[in-house]
Design a protein around this ligand. Structure first.
Ligand code: HDE
Length: 729
């Protein structure tokens, strides 16, 4: 199935079946009188009931007590991982029936629109932490299908740190702030994380991803998503195929620079949250295609890695990704707590036609998710919270518990029964009853890991080799930064020993940055994750080489670069601006779907050369280049002089250049560029006709400028500017 082009405003109605289903639970105080929780109208919400106007407050004040009590109980525990997140509603539609592969009905009917709720998140930070942490991103999708809820609880990276669920608490304890002083927040750059990682070589592949630019997305809307584990598709005939799930963003996969990420964390810690919200509000609905890699059962052992090993991906060269449907996010939640916070995902929420494999990480997750909701949402009835309810009715013999909403009628709450006609009845497979895939298992009960899980480095190397030069530099710098924050030198050295197994040049460069040497003989054994009675020699990684030297899909450099939809573009202007140039470029950018803001020395209006009033969106005080994708400086003698004299404006441009962004200036605004440090880097003979010079457009004709600028913005970044490696600003 060919890629469907990005349609900025899909016709999809923002009212899905799930939105209808949520409606009876919504409330608005607009035009209403205030009441207590029990419906009593409140006359005075300003003063508590007192014994005299200067007297003590009376215990009798049930209105005060109700209000304060409810307030005291407003908080619930945050998610132990993925605490920081944002979500949106949307719809999913399959392009063509996948009935040959799976009996899942939502994948069989191209006419059917399945409502979804999608939550994106970081992993390590607390609820209030920055969006721009260097971290994995969660990508959790709840499909409200006609056969019940299907949750695809994935990440923006296709592999994971560990192979067995029993190590998850250790991994998370290591990455979370250290237990003695609760530092650092939302960061892996500290001793405990790298201590653990350096002792667990199975994390090597994921470490390459986590240190790559994938950990610094430009937007949730510009991330891929992956189911990570190998799942199963099962069709009507009971035939099973292995399947890996992918989400491919129609805006391409893009990142920000690390220096930029750190700045954004200060200027706007809600950057990704705001970006998602604003895009949906403005009708630039984010879209992804659902991709599947399908492997027939017969091919299970055909690969040089184990399909059950979650530290491995299937290179797209070996099994192409087929794009089978489209997800569109088209509506922001009404209430963060009720929806985004209370939504409860679970890998075990499947529908007939989708089943599990024995991936030991997946198997452990099947236990964890319900368990965690019990403590987080406070009891067994969390499935009754509106956002978690399926769009179809629920019938079973489960009863009661804290906060039960359902009023179950009838006498019998057991099966079999005769008093209730033996209802609710079990569903035959033909009626949609779920039957587990009939996998043959004939084995001894052991605490062991298959030898086929012991190659930890070949795909880590494949990933590194597949990166572009700037991506490799970023990855090297990320490791140097993270290990530079590690205080214990022995941990740094041990980690260099692991990196040397992946790529000697990489290890050498990181070692150089750390001012130490790659250990000649790495600490033995490399893998310290060994049972008490285990012989260390039996647990060491095997040396293997991937049959591929590189894989195109692993590099973000090969992503789509054909759209500027929803990119944020700053126009730096002041009184006396040439309004014709400004308006022409602005109009062209808006027509291409970008978001444009005029930034001036102060808020209000600027007055153009021809006395036109132009509204100002932000001043240099509130705006910052790191919050924009590109910048344009229009001409106009007085405006140019003011901008040139404005230190913040020059800094804005310097920083935009440093972060490799597209920059455009009218020819008669050239003196502003001359005030920047990068003017030295531009060709001396730039003329009206000088076109793209690594993303800097200088033009006298506004229409031409707009055209060239749009092409430059669509490139996203000109990473080549980082030669030699870093650009000062
Ligand atoms: Fe999770 N994970 N996880 N995880 N995970 C949770 O569930 C867990 C793993 C992922 O937006 C928790 O409701 C274990 C892989 C996402 O609400 C918890 C293991 C992948 C989200 C949990 C893993 C994920 C979670 C915490 C190893 C990618 C956020 C709160 C065996 C495929 C969902 C909650 C949301 C959340 C356990 C590993 C993705 C504790 C035990 C691999 C996107 O249940």
């Amino acid at each position: 199935m060919a890629t469907k082009k990005n349609s900025a405003k899909p016709a999809a109605e923002a009212i899905s079946e799930k939105i209808v289903n949520l409606a009876p639970h919504t409330e608005s105080g607009s035009g209403e009188l205030m009441t207590t929780n029990h419906g009593l109208k409140i006359n005075d919400d300003q003063n508590s009931l007192k014994a005299g106007e200067r007297g003590a407050t009376l215990l009798e004040d049930f209105i005060l007590r109700e209000k304060i009590t409810h307030f005291d109980h407003e908080r619930i525990p945050e998610r132990i991982v993925h605490a920081r997140g944002s979500a949106a509603h949307g719809v999913f539609k399959v392009y063509e029936s996948q009935a040959a592969l799976t009996r899942a009905s939502f994948l069989s009917d191209p006419e059917l629109e399945t409502p979804v709720f999608v939550r994106f998140s970081t992993v390590a930070g607390s609820r209030g932490s920055t969006d721009l942490a260097r971290d994995v991103r969660g990508f959790a999708v709840k499909f409200y299908t006609q056969e019940g809820n299907f949750d695809l609880v994935g990440n923006n990276m296709p592999v994971f740190f560990i192979q067995d669920a029993i190590k998850f608490p250790d991994l998370i304890h290591a990455v979370k702030p250290e237990p003695d002083n609760e530092m650092p927040q939302a960061a892996s750059a500290h001793d405990t994380f790298w201590d653990f990682i350096s002792l667990m070589p199975e994390s090597a592949h994921m470490i390459m991803w986590a240190m790559s630019d994938r950990a610094l997305p430009r937007s949730y809307r510009m991330m891929e998503g992956f189911g990570v584990h190998t799942f199963r598709f099962v069709n009507e005939q009971g035939q099973s195929n292995f399947v890996k799930f992918h989400w491919k963003p129609l805006l391409g996969v893009h990142s920000v620079a690390w220096d930029e990420a750190q700045n954004i964390s200060g200027k706007d810690p809600d950057f990704h949250r705001r970006d998602l919200w604003d895009a949906i509000e403005s009708g630039a609905f984010p879209e992804w295609e659902l991709g599947v890699q399908v492997v027939p059962e017969a091919d299970e052992f055909k690969f040089e890695f184990d399909l059950l090993d979650p530290t491995k991906l299937i290179p797209e060269e070996l099994v192409p990704v087929q794009r089978i449907g489209k997800l569109t996010l088209n509506r922001n939640p009404d209430n963060f707590f009720a929806e985004t916070e209370q939504v409860a995902f679970h890998v075990g929420h499947v529908v007939p036609g989708i089943d599990f494999t024995n991936d030991p990480l997946l198997q452990g997750r099947l236990f964890s998710y319900t368990d965690t909701q019990l403590i987080r949402l406070g009891g067994t009835n969390f499935h009754e919270i509106p956002i978690n309810r399926p769009v179809i009715p629920v019938h079973n013999n489960q009863r009661d518990g804290h906060m039960r909403q359902t009023i179950n009628k009838g006498k019998s709450s057991y099966s079999p029964n005769s008093l209730g006609g033996n209802d609710p009845a079990q569903a035959k497979a033909a009626e949609g009853g779920f039957t587990s895939y009939n996998e043959r298992i004939d084995a001894r009960k052991v605490r062991q890991r298959s030898k086929s899980f012991f190659d930890h480095f070949s795909q880590a190397r494949l990933f590194f080799n597949s990166q572009s030069e700037p991506e490799k530099n970023h990855l090297t710098d990320a490791l140097t930064f993270e290990l530079g924050k590690v205080k214990t030198v022995a941990i740094r050295e041990r980690m260099l020993g692991i990196l040397a197994q992946i790529d000697k040049g990489l290890a050498a460069q990181v070692a150089y940055g750390l001012g130490i040497h790659v250990p000649q003989v790495p600490e033995q054994p490399i893998n310290k994750s060994i049972p008490a009675d285990g012989n260390p020699a039996d647990y060491q990684p095997i040396q293997a080489e991937s049959s591929l030297t590189s894989s195109e899909a692993l590099s973000m450099a090969n992503t789509i670069k054909d759209s500027i939809v929803s990119r944020k573009i700053a126009i730096l202007a002041a009184d006396g601006v040439n309004e014709k140039a400004l308006n022409t470029v602005k109009k062209a950018l808006l027509a291409a779907g970008a978001v444009v803001e005029v930034i001036a020395p102060r808020l209000g209006f600027i007055v153009s050369e021809n006395d036109e009033q132009i509204p100002v969106d932000q001043s240099f005080l509130t705006a910052a280049s790191v919050l924009f994708d590109a910048v344009y400086v229009p001409g106009g003698t007085n405006s140019v002089a003011s901008i040139e004299a404005e230190a913040d404006a020059v800094h804005f441009l310097n920083e935009a250049f440093k972060h490799c962004k597209a920059i455009a200036a009218d020819s008669d605004a050239i003196q502003v560029l001359e005030a920047t440090y990068f003017s030295k880097k531009l060709p001396e003979d730039y003329t009206d006709e000088t076109v793209l010079t690594e993303g800097v457009v200088i033009q006298s004709k506004p229409a031409k400028l707009a055209e060239q600028f749009i092409a430059a913005v669509a490139q996203h970044r000109f990473w080549e500017r980082e030669k030699p490696r870093k650009v000062p600003a």
